[in-house]
Design a protein around this ligand. Sequence first.
Ligand code: MF3
Ligand code: CO
Length: 257
Amino acid sequence: MIPIKSESELKIMRAACRIAATVLDELCKLVAPGVNTYDLDQTGRKLLDKFDARSACFGYRIGSKRFPAHTCLSVNDEIVHGIGILKRVLKEGDIVSVDVCVEFQGYIGDNARTVPVGEISADKQKLLSVTEASLKAAIDQARPGNRVGAISNSVERYIRPHGFGIIRDFVGHGVGKSMHEAPQIPNFGPRNRGELLRPGMTLAIEPMISLGRSKILMGDDGWTALTVDGSDAAHFEHTVLITSGEPEILTIPGLPG
Ligand code: MF3
Ligand code: CO
C-alpha cells in the first residue's frame, strides 16, 4: 500500500523538501576544483542544523552498518551513496552527484543532482543533461490514472536512444515518514506495471544513468556503488507530490516558512 498524505502531513513534507532543496542548492554552488568532499559534507551538516533539520542519511542502517556521512557525494564512476566524509579533493573535469536527504519534524525530503567541477568533457555534459531531462519526463508521468510503471517506462524510453546504461540495482521510492516507503520505482519496465497513482502520494523519482554499462560494483567502504566498467554516472532526484492535476515538485529551494 502506498501511503496517502493528509494536508497537515503535506505541510511538513513541503517544509522538509524545501530544506532539502535549499541545502542541495547551496552545496552545489560550492562545488569547484580544489574543494574537498569532507568540507562539503560538513557544510551540509551545518546548514541542516540551521534549519532545525537533520540528515536522514547519517546513521541510516542497512543490516549492521550505518551510513557515516550527512550527505552522499559520489564522484565520476561512483553512482550513489558515496561517503562525503572520506576527504577527497575535487578536480577540474570531475562530476559529482550530491544527494541530500533530510528529516524535518518527522518527515523526509529527498533530492539529488550531478554537477560539473569546472569545465567538463562534452560526453559528461551530455550525460548530465540527458539524465536531468529523463527525470523531467518521468515527473510528467506522475499523475493520477497512471501506474508507477509509467514513471519507470518514461525514463527507459528517454534514455534508450542515447545508448546510456540504466542502473537497475537502485530504484526511486515512496517517501514520507520514512526515507523508503512503497512503492519501489525502477527506472525501466513496462508502463502498465505497478499500483495506480493517486493524489496525496509523495514519490522520490531518481534516474541513475551511466555512460557505459548498467552493471554496478560495491566499493570497499560497503556503501559506495560504482559502475563496473569505470564509466561516469549521473543521478538526478526530486520528491514529487501526485495531485489531481499537474505533478508538484516539492524539492524546490526556498526560505523556511
Ligand atoms: N537518496 C538516497 C536514497 O534514496 C539516500 C540514501 S542515504 C544512505 O537511497 F544512507 F543510504 F546512503
Ligand atoms: Co532517494
